[in-house]
Design a protein around this ligand. Sequence first.
Ligand code: BGP
Length: 477
Amino acid sequence: MTTLKFPENFLWGGAIAANQAEGAYLEDGKGLTVVDLLPTGEKRFDIMRGYISSLTPLPEEFYPAHEAIDFYHRYAEDIALFAEMGFKALRVSISWARIFPTGEDAVPNEAGLAFYDRLFDELLNHNIQPVVTLAHFDVPVHLIEKYGSWRHRKLVGLFEMYARTVLERYRNKVKYWMTFNEINMLLHLPFLGAGLVFQEGDNVKQIQYQAAHHQLVASALAVKACHELIPDAQIGCMLAAGSFYPYTCNPEDVYQGMEKDRESYFFIDVQSRGEYPGYARRFFRDHQLDIVMEPEDAQILKNNTVDYIGFSYYSSRTTSTDPEVIKNMTSGNVFGSVANPYLQASEWGWTIDPKGFRITANQLHDRYQKPLFVVENGLGAADEPAADGTIQDDYRIDYLQRHLAEMREAIEDGVDIIGYTSWGPIDIVSASSGEMRKRYGYIYTDRDNEGNGSLERSRKKSFDWYKQVIASNGADL
Ligand code: BGP
């Protein structure tokens, strides 16, 4: 049995997002974004789904994004820890409202541009490649108030202006870009993903798919700008991936599994192939959706497809047409998955399926025949310090070990995977729950769900484990 290995220049690292790490939510001119309006607790979910009453933070609420883990001021210390682990890449996002506080300012905010200059310089000083997401759940609130966010065509031009500004500014520092984080999340958490707010009586599907069209055109224009401004860079899309399994071999279940996969693949089909697939056009007809497209849109989409497929993988999904089974729907899953009786789940109800990682990677490879980039994977767990104060996160090592082993099998299957940036290499705010308690990191951050703590960083057991994985280029899993 040959020792399976990873490609020589495999991009090992980690991934964070501005809104879940930076804090400093109004510092140096930054404007309010979607996540600055997301409290923790029960109401968070309804707001993320597009039902929000106030577009200004309420004094009586705690908003975890306001300070997050203060990465804005502590990035040098954190990057030194990532460099100690041997990171080759760090995925970060640029907060749109640091660059254009309202989203439509006549000139960009120099203090915001300067922050990301400092951040990228610090990374490059440690030989860590920045991998940059243009939009990671942080639409400027002003664009929601004035235009209703992505439901309005205006956002296409404003996003292109933002993309061109940062691509031009960082063209000598950033060679890996991606456009919209988990673009398919627009269908499940439309306020989080696209700043969409719904009123009683709205045709939600019409608004969502019109907004999706605007994001797809904006994404293609960002691809165009990247290819013009940074010829030696690569720019990708980003999918919340995880194949659907049919609960039984009943063709109804199998067909529904295909439909559910296509619900997500639709976005990537457009971004990677450059046109709307037939099944999407039929979906629009069947649901009487009238998606307004400008005459130039078809060419924009066709001529500006992505260089690679970025995706997150946390778990596979399972679907059933049997009402008896459906009532088992897992609470923590936004994709409408039912529990898989063959698999365990995390404390937050996310199915744990390493084999599903190999299945999903192979299916994406077969479908798109483009390089893949795993830009999120990891286990959210409530780490508790042991008596000696250390975090013995063997459960996280186990999760990651089993997933990396399956990813290595996928590479051996012929799947071209260029890198792996595990989600939350340092504990940051959970997007879905707003909790700090849902920890992913190799590095512990001393902060709790209510914002208490010193913000001090400390190494968990998995820190040295991942350091060795990288040092051995995946040989020592
Ligand atoms: C993905 C997001 C990330 C991150 C991750 C973990 O959906 O792209 O921003 O949040 O999920 O999820 P959570 O933080 O909800 O545990």
